[in-house]
Design a protein around this ligand. Sequence first.
Ligand SMILES: C=CC1=C(C)c2cc3[nH]c(cc4nc(cc5[nH]c(cc1n2)c(C)c5CCC(=O)O)C(CCC(=O)O)=C4C)c(C)c3C=C
Ligand SMILES: [Fe+2]
Ligand SMILES: [Fe+2]
Length: 359
Amino acid sequence: MVLEADLISPGTGKRAAMREVKPPADHPPLKARRIGVLLVNLGTPDGTTYWPMRRYLGEFLSDRRVIEAPRAIWQPILQGIILSTRPKKSGALYASIWNKERDESPLRTITREQGEKLAAELAAEEEVTVDWAMRYGTPSIVERMNALQAQGCEKILVFPLYPQYSATTTATVNDKAFEALMKMRWQPALRTVPPYHDDPAYIDALAESVEQHLAKLDFEPEVVIASYHGLPQSYFRKGDPYHCHCQKTTRLLRETLDWPKTRLIATFQSRFGPEEWLQPYTDKTIEQLAKDGVKRIAVLNPGFVADCLETLEEIAVQNREVFLHHGGEKFSHIPCLNASAGGMRVITKMVMRELQGWL
Ligand SMILES: C=CC1=C(C)c2cc3[nH]c(cc4nc(cc5[nH]c(cc1n2)c(C)c5CCC(=O)O)C(CCC(=O)O)=C4C)c(C)c3C=C
Ligand SMILES: [Fe+2]
Ligand SMILES: [Fe+2]
């Protein structure tokens, strides 16, 4: 049977007004010509006890984009020592920041809120459906891509929520999204949002959040640290542009704030394993600043679109302790952009820009 796509579409929104012709009763289900937008962040365990933590860390740390060591060497280490000790240790840290009301991690709460607010922003675009997913854990990319397809999305824009590109984050989200298409007979067209580490909307939102936060403090920080998630140094040498993206974000933010070089510095946090990671390390820098007599600092995390374990616990708790322990007196953590007005302006701008030609 041959049918014209234009004639067979059930149609919605603007297109529905064009022409609607019903397919025969025995025709396979047809798409509704919708456009999906899928926000994707890193991931999160479903609970803080041993098994949910083990499942989450097992999936995350089995990703060949994240750990590049040969499988035959890495898997015995992961399945042995790491997955017997780390779930308990990390679970206790997650428990200290857990959103008890919703029984979920802050990253999941904030990502959902970003999805809901983006849907409200795009309400005028009737044919757009907004959804959100996690690269590791739930809701998975495959599950939400399938859901979007089932709702009739012929086109999907995938938004890896990382301003700075890294193969360990951006690329692995995109890999998963394309993998989801492999199982679909009628694939939607797929677009991905590129990194936006130097986009003026992002830099302005960061500058505004820093200025607003500092204005509320009862002290003036001598140094402000822009702390990014780290990466093994070897990934950078092999060509991952993440380090350069972080440096550029920091420079543009410093220029926008009109601050001297010494007032805003970039560092790298969350080392994992014995390898050398990108430097300077956040904890070592904070310790040294305190030892050098710096009394007041603030830390922001420009690379994290949502507050999570690495910002709420590692920075706001552990690194605060490091600073105070070595002689520092005042420490403040500047929240991520999250679902704030500024944060949503950035997300909405990137989405509207990448939807051009589809709407
Ligand atoms: C080799 C290991 C890791 C690499 C490489 C890595 C890169 C990387 N990660 C983020 C963002 C986040 N990471 C988060 C948690 C987290 N990261 C690692 C390891 C690597 N990350 C682990 C083992 C964990 C789990 C927590 C723990 O057990 O310590 C999170 C927080 C998730 C949450 O739910 O709160 C984020 C976000 C980036 C941006 C990045 C490379 C650029
Ligand atoms: Fe990480
Ligand atoms: Fe560089």
